[in-house]
Design a protein. Sequence first.
Length: 431
Amino acid sequence: MIEMIKADGRAELNYMKLLKSRSTEVGKTVTERVSDILENVKERGDKALLEYTEKFDGKLPKYIEVPREEINNALSEADEAYVNALLNAIENISDFHNRQKQQSFINPKTNGVILGQRIRGLKRVGIYVPGGTAAYPSSVLMNAIPAKIAGVEEIVMVTPPLSDGTANKDILVAAGLCGVDRVFLLGGAQAVAALAYGTESVPQVDKIVGPGNIYVATAKKLLYGTVDIDMIAGPSEILILADETAPAKYVAADLMSQAEHDVLASAILVTTSEKLAQETVRELERQRAGLSRKDIIAKSLKDFGAIFICSSKEYAVELANAFAPEHLEVMMENPMEYIGKLDNAGSVFLGNYAPEPLGDYYAGPNHVLPTSGTARFFSPLSVDAFIKKSSYIYYTDEALRQAHDDIVLLANKEGLTAHANSIIVRYQNEK
């Protein structure tokens, strides 16, 4: 079901090429279809939205925008245990993201120069939340909470209607608790287009965040520049770094927690223990039999899963950094000692009692993470994603006079004489 590989320098490279094949360029057909949808929504607005909603979702909802009363009713009717679980998660996520807030600053100098930076939240942000058979209320929390903390003025959420044309109540509850301002029953590339361009009903936003299928991801990619986006997410992935002290049943369970997402998901064990590798294979078989998505798990593990057996812990760490996984679990004897050694990962989970789902739902750090090796240079979604910065400069006459010669010299070196003239003109009549 899952391949065991002796790490020898070549096998790892071949496997990395295999993983990259999951994130190949979107087919021309998909891009053309999405481009047509974007253009249609841009030109025809709500009429196009309604046509696409009926075509792709099967039934037109009673309304495009969910009334505030329906959101309030979903909250009042929700299961108390579910609401409490969300509130506990919101508290943890809020506490973590509050620590990410940046401050504006002003730097007055003794010569009268004043420099500074102003930070403020974006005006309006759109959140895409899957809402059909794969509904993820946790996505509402992870996207809306940092936006609120950043000071975003208005959060607009789009989520596909259910087959009967109604909203997913669990998602409405999460939206209500997180302070989402407006909710629209729209899905697919057409919903992304509506957020980017604005329609008669849907307001134009400054940034679009949140996961979606290949059509949603392609729409975000094509619209980048018209609007800002969070990232282009690829298939989910987990890498577990483990030694002989790791319990095989934990390792197997955590590998499958990501394999169940998608047949393209990647689950990797990197270990120095051949015994653990063999025990993990047995546990995968045993535990998978009782899981609801066992067929998806089996195909994911077969096609994109692997167990690498390394000759040393040092090489195991090196290999983990090379993969730069979305989720990286460390089940080693002293997991804390690896924090400074693991440079490339979306989120790191330390010890036997920090499984990946803890990060998905509850602990506090964001679960919107870079995939497909992009953790080498991308970071998780954070408060920073929802702010913009402006710098400002004030110089006195005397301060500019002192800088005069340097600026003119640098401008002339670049052949930009009008730049130089902007400085010269202020002092050219002086004797």
